[in-house]
Design a binder for this molecule. Structure first.
Ligand SMILES: Nc1ncnc2c1ncn2[C@@H]1O[C@H](COP(=O)(O)OP(=O)(O)OP(=O)(O)O)[C@@H](O)[C@H]1O
Length: 242
């Protein structure tokens, strides 16, 4: 049904347009309160007032019929900052995955569906964890489960909001490696991260926000090596050097 069609999602927030093309990898950085999560939420339709305009493949969704929104929900998935609250604490991982498929209008996985096994393998999540509640998982497992839930919708763009911030660095790197493998498989990625070291090799471009507005954008290596805006310089200066 959707095969062969490209994906462009765009949002206008505070009069500034952001366009993400299919397969793109964009890092979003900015100090706390700069509007990163709001931008992510706007792109999945959760901030219609602030967004001003939300387009998919050039079509305006704000004010559009439900069917257009259903398509956005299937194609763009957001993984929240805190996996503990991102997943319903009362639903097992299996149920969360089933719910995500239902909401995205995808068919059900059967109990022994090979696609479910493939999904778990993709995120390196042990199948024994399928029937556990999120609260019974470690932080890293919970993030993998949250990513599996998002991938169950078969999105073309995954937006991840600080998915590594609650994890210690070795575990965080395993999640970054997972995100890199998803990108290599053609899934677009928008990655919000306060840890700048995760961005090179994971995304191509970076957008810097300050006070809810984009202030700088460019190739990740250039922006991090030669920051032009004071807000970017402050972030780069504050990053630990290895
Ligand atoms: N473009 C905007 N216009 C108006 N208000 C905005 C805009 N962007 C963000 N805000 C508001 O600013 C506040 C902080 O934004 P947000 O949580 O998105 O920041 P953040 O960069 O994700 O912060 P943190 O890193 O702490 O999670 C929110 O109350 C949000 O509604």
């Amino acid at each position: 049904m959707l095969l062969g069609r490209g994906l462009t999602v765009g949002v206008r927030l505070c009069g500034v347009d952001l366009e993400l093309e299919r397969g793109a990898g964009l890092g979003v950085i900015g100090r706390s309160g700069s509007g990163k999560s709001t931008l992510a939420r706007a792109l999945v339709g959760l901030e219609p007032e602030l967004a001003g305009s939300l387009r998919m493949n050039g079509r305006e969704l704000i004010g559009a019929p439900r069917s257009a929104w259903a398509e956005l929900r299937a194609r763009v998935q957001l993984v929240w900052q805190d996996a503990a609250t991102a997943m319903d604490p009362h639903l097992t991982v299996r149920h969360s995955i089933a719910e995500a498929r239902l909401l995205a209008g995808r068919d059900r996985f059967t109990r022994d569906d090979p696609r479910l096994a493939a999904l778990l393998e993709r995120v390196a999540l042990d199948p024994v964890l399928l029937d556990r509640l999120p609260g019974a998982l470690s932080g890293g497992q919970r993030q993998r489960a949250a990513i599996a839930r998002a991938l169950a919708a078969e999105p073309e763009l995954l937006i991840v909001d600080e998915v590594t911030s609650a994890l210690d660095r070795p575990v965080a790197w395993t999640i970054v490696d997972l995100l890199r493998s998803l990108r290599a498989a053609g899934i677009g990625l928008m990655m919000i991260s306060h840890d700048l070291s995760f961005l090179p090799g994971t995304v191509d471009r970076v957008l810097v926000l300050a006070d809810g507005r984009p202030v700088e954008a460019g190739p990740v290596a250039t922006v991090l090596a030669e920051p032009r805006h004071a807000a970017t310089r402050a972030l780069v200066d504050a990053a630990p050097r290895l």
